[in-house]
Structure formats: C-alpha cells, structure tokens
Design a protein around this ligand. Structure first.
Ligand SMILES: Nc1ncnc2c1ncn2[C@@H]1O[C@H](COP(=O)(O)OP(=O)(O)O)[C@@H](O)[C@H]1O
Ligand SMILES: [Mg+2]
Length: 322
C-alpha cells in the first residue's frame, strides 16, 4: 500500500535488524573492526553494550555475515533464559556437533576435542551471545570456564557478549571479576547525533528504493522532529518514521509534515525534551525526563521481546529435522 505510493521496493523502517540497512557511523566502523580483529586474532573475549534499540543485534548480524564469509565457525545464542546445561547443549548443537551424551562433562569433553581439532587446522571458532545481560550468573560462570579452554599460546574459543548496560554491572560483580579481567575489547553503542539521524533516515529511504525525491518524503524539519523524540535511538527512529509514513499515506501526503511526527510521538508517549527544557522548571523537567525515558525504555523493551519471540520461532523452525 504505502510502499507503492512512495515508490519503495521494500519497507524502509522495518524493525528487524537487517545488515543491508546498516548505516555506518565512525563508532560502528570502529566497533565492527575491533570485534572482528579481536576474534580473528584470538584475543579471547569481547563485550558490546548499549541501551535498548541502539543496534547491538544488528552489529552482531553484520559480524556473523563477515564470519560466514571468512568460513569461521560460530554458535549464536540469543535465548538468555538457559540453564548452564542447556547453554552447553545449545552451544554444542549450534556448532553443528551431535551431542553424544547430554551430561555436562561429556559435552565439555566433546567441545574441547572439537576446538582442539579446529585449532590444529588453523581455524577459528566463536561463541556470540546476544541479550547477555539476562544470563544467569551460573551461565556467566560457565562462560568464564570456557575461556579456560586454551593452549599454551591462545584461547580456543573466541567469545563475543552483547547486552544492555546492566551487563557491565553484572561483569563488575565480585564473583565475575575474573571474567572481566579477560575482556580484550569492549565498546558501547551510543544513540545517533542529529546529523547522523538525518543520514540514517535518508539512507534507509534510499536503500528501500525511494527515487531521488527522498528528501521530499522526510523534509529537514520532519527529520529534526524525529530526532528530538527518538533521541537518536535507531529503533525509535524506525517506529516513529514507519508510523508517520502510514499516517501521511492515509492522507495521501507525498511529504511527511513535522506535525504528524509530533502526533505519533505523543501517541507513543515520547516526550520532546527540547520543549520541556524551554517550558518547564528544572525540577519538573527532571521528573518528566525520567518518566518519559522510562516509558520509552519499556516500549523498547516490549519491542525487544517481540523481536526475540520472532527470532526464537525462526530458530526453532530451523531446527526441525527435515
Ligand atoms: N547503524 C544502524 N544502521 C541501520 N539500522 C540500525 C542501526 N542501528 C540500529 N538499527 C536498527 O534499529 C533497530 C534496533 O536495532 P537492534 O540491533 O535490534 O538494537 P538492540 O539489539 O541494541 O536493541 C533495528 O531495526 C535495526 O536494524
Ligand atoms: Mg537486540
């Protein structure tokens, strides 16, 4: 419907993290390069954090694409509610091994044998965990033990953990200090700057197939409004833009006016902090700021859960034997 009206070949603001749409900022380039370097140079342990919706899962997908191209084996775990034993089972099966026995010591032995075989053949193996802030402390401890699998020269299993900022706090806890000391590289994804939000929106419109009039669809003032409400968080930018496009289409407007963005943002309970700064005294501004950011966070977390359910479904479909 609206795709045709605006001349798109695909939905520009789809919520699923698709590497085709990656908008590269210097922080993305640096993060991707450093993670890839950490993994291929067998540095052992890498951590990526960022608030909900800042692009961690997308970054991991881009990493997995590069790993696939380099024929590096990996296990990708994004179901954080696993027990330590389930975690090991999942790891072993995602690496393509058929578990011979489902007890912990034989799983570890099997994993060790596999990793040593790959190491001897000069091959790299990676464990990538998304949503790692939800991992139970016992599973984090299991991951720490996996970092002990090493030869005298290097780690056998490279580990990439991504998660919300709480992950940092978890790693700070006393019993995980040892794990923390092994982090070779860490980075934190920050929301986009205003100029980057513009670039982000325009690139998505272009990659979705919009013809040259993409700046007409989202004029400058509209992109400014999107940035104010989304505060540079890519997932919120997508949600606001997608809903604004639908609303504009329903009125057959070729161009989305800032007013539509404001209405959508109000429906989503997002507060324009710029206006608050002008209109409210500091004390109430602070209170509302906290409130609005917690509403935005809940909304993002809800979107996150929906994403996870969709991904878990995809994964279980993938696992059905043929
Ligand atoms: N740099 C980026 N370029 C393009 N799209 C992005 C970027 N960062 C985030 N997104 C998009 O924002 C949404 C949320 O990203 P996601 O990776 O799921 O965030 P997180 O895992 O941090 O919660 C997805 O639709 C994703 O494609
Ligand atoms: Mg994610």
């Amino acid at each position: 419907m609206y795709k045709q009206f605006y001349g798109f070949e695909r939905n520009p603001f789809d919520i699923s993290p698709d590497p085709y749409f990656l908008f590269r900022t210097p922080q993305h380039n640096e993060a991707l390069a450093s993670i890839y370097h950490g993994v291929t140079q067998h540095k052992g342990f890498v951590v990526v954090t960022g608030e909900v919706g800042t692009g961690k899962t997308l970054l991991l997908r881009c990493l997995l694409e590069s790993l696939r191209k380099s024929e590096i084996a990996f296990a990708n775990i994004f179901n954080p509610g696993l027990t330590p034993l389930e975690f090991l089972e999942y790891l072993v099966s995602d690496l393509g091994l058929k578990a011979v026995n489902l007890n912990k010591s034989s799983l570890l032995l099997q994993l060790n044998g596999y990793l040593i075989g790959r190491y001897r053949a000069g091959l790299t193996t990676v464990l990538v965990v998304d949503e790692a802030q939800h991992l139970a402390p016992e599973v984090l401890e299991e991951i720490r033990l996996l970092t002990n699998l090493e030869t005298t020269h290097q780690k056998l299993l490279q580990i990439v953990l991504a998660g919300q900022p709480e992950l940092e706090q978890k790693l700070d806890s006393a019993n995980l200090r040892q794990l923390k000391q092994r982090i070779a590289f860490r980075c934190r994804l920050e929301p986009l700057e205003e100029e980057q939000t513009r670039g982000y929106i325009l690139q998505r419109l272009e990659r979705a197939g919009a013809s040259s009039q993409k700046t007409d669809i989202f004029p400058d003032a509209t992109m400014q409004a999107v940035h104010r409400f989304a505060k540079g968080t890519p997932r919120l930018i997508n949600t606001i833009c997608e809903n604004s496009l639908i609303a504009a289409y329903s009125q057959r407007l070729q161009s989305v006016p800032p007013k539509i963005v404001e209405e959508i943002a109000t429906d989503l309970h997002l507060v324009d902090l710029h206006l608050n700064e002008v209109a409210k005294p500091a004390s109430s501004r602070e209170a509302e700021g906290v409130e609005s950011s917690s509403v935005a966070r809940s909304l993002l977390q809800l979107l996150e859960s929906l994403d996870q359910i969709a991904r878990a479904r995809q994964s279980s479909l993938r696992r059905v034997p043929e």
